[in-house]
Design a protein around this ligand. Structure first.
Ligand code: MLT
Length: 429
């Protein structure tokens, strides 16, 4: 048997399936021909052992704690790059030349404003609407203001214009989603500011008050957005890809990704971390009490922000965020009891064998909630911040799927319902 195939034996028959190997030597059994050859399908609920695509965008190694965007390590990019440069890298595949970067930044700057009619849509939401629901709606509404974006098969120039528009307008829509929730008037973009400073000003500026962006917070935000920019085929990115695989538009695919990210098992984890810490504080702030509760299988309490589906030793992003969080807290001189509880949980988990054996160490969501809180970002906006960071990754993955002309996603199933049975309903005729 050739050495580049796998053999599957079922009921005395053997089926050969080709092996495919990626550039980091990870190998997959290509089962594209399995059903045609054998009538068999595979089952892998949650797709934890199943590759959905071939991608050249992000590589991660869960055992070694490696994360790279287009071959560059997350450590180097977080330290030396900027969110807009990383966005360009993810979307276009290479770091921009100085000329390309200037053009990219200028294009984004001139597209930060959104159509005034979007305020009418915003006004339709009650002020207690969760910003993630508002954001996904406003992003999808862009299809109405830019109807040419509905066709993903338009020219490269037109697709790139749709990409620039959503990159430029997402901070505005995100900030407006927050202003709607707190019942404040929206702020228009200030194009004299950089990407993150402009977002912070739209978020926090109030009428009749002068707002100055704190560069410590703007720098920390830029680093956080880099760390969240892409993460291969996670739940929300897989959602963007499968919606886009039907040739739905970029904006409707991104809107679907925002909704997938909203769940507490995905992007909502950072909000769930702070809500957990607030619950512990309200109960006296005893971190060790809750460490014991987390270890008690009869106790329903679960530690949020610990462990990861993919990283089996440590999340490289968590290490970087932890350092950034300490830096921001120190520079801002913040002494928040919630943050003290977090440090207590972190120290206990990192030294307790129960957590060490189960690889339940603090992950990116544990620290991002802490640093967002220190930066003054409201809890209900934490997942919006994740969406703001993940946007270039969603765009890059959608673009790659379209450019590779990938087929519509249509998984199979194992049927477990009734076998055929005759209709014996109530005699209605
Ligand atoms: C992410 O960054 O999307 C999260 O860590 C979840 C994941 O990768 O599954």
């Amino acid at each position: 048997m050739a050495d580049n195939v796998a053999a599957l034996s079922v009921d005395g028959k053997t089926y050969e399936l080709p092996l495919t190997t990626g550039t980091e030597n990870e190998t997959a059994v290509d089962i594209s021909s399995l059903r045609a050859k054998s009538g068999l399908i595979t089952l892998d609920q949650g797709f934890k052992n199943t590759g959905s695509t071939k991608s050249a965008i992000t590589f991660l190694d869960g055992e070694k704690g490696i994360l790279r965007y287009r071959g560059y390590t997350i450590e180097e990019l977080a330290e030396k790059s900027s969110f807009l440069e990383v966005s360009y890298l993810l979307i276009h595949g290479e770091l921009p030349t100085p000329e390309q970067y200037d053009k990219f930044k200028k294009e984004i700057t001139v597209h930060t404003l959104v159509h005034e009619d979007i305020k009418n849509i915003l006004d339709g939401f009650p002020s207690n609407a969760h910003p993630m629901g508002v954001l996904s709606s406003l992003v999808c509404s862009l299809t109405a203001f830019y109807p040419k974006s509905l066709d993903p098969n338009r020219s490269t120039e037109e697709v790139n214009l749709s990409i620039v528009r959503i990159l430029a307008k997402m901070p505005t829509l995100a900030a407006w989603s927050y202003k709607n929730e707190v019942g404040h008037p929206v702020n228009y973009p200030d194009n004299s500011l950089d990407y993150c400073s402009n977002f912070l000003k739209m978020m926090f500026a109030l009428p009749a008050e002068k707002y100055e962006v704190d560069p410590v917070i703007a720098d920390a935000l830029d680093k956080l957005l880099i760390l969240h920019a892409d993460h291969e085929q996670n739940c929300s990115t897989s959602t963007v890809r499968i919606v886009g695989s039907s040739q739905a538009s970029l904006y409707s695919s991104i809107s679907a990704g925002i909704n997938a990210l909203w769940g507490p098992l995905h992007g909502g984890a950072n909000q769930a971390v702070i809500e957990m810490l607030e619950k512990i504080k309200a109960d006296g702030g005893n971190a060790n009490k809750y460490i014991e509760k987390a270890k008690d299988k009869d106790d329903s309490f679960r530690l949020m922000g610990f462990g990861h589906r993919v990283y089996k030793n440590f999340d490289p992003r968590a290490k970087i965020i932890k350092k950034a969080a300490d830096n921001v807290l120190d520079k801002l001189g913040i002494n928040d009891p919630i943050l003290e509880i977090a440090k207590g949980l972190e120290e206990a988990a990192l030294r307790d064998d129960y957590f060490v054996e189960r690889k339940l160490y603090p992950n990116v969501d544990f620290y991002s909630g802490i640093i967002y809180r220190a930066m003054g970002i409201p809890t209900e906006m934490f997942t919006v911040m994740f969406a703001l960071g993940r946007l270039p990754g969603w765009i890059a993955q959608w673009k790659e799927m379209r450019e590779n002309n990938e087929p519509i996603g249509r998984p199979r199933q194992v049927y477990t319902g009734h076998n055929e049975r005759p209709y014996q309903g109530i005699d209605k005729r």
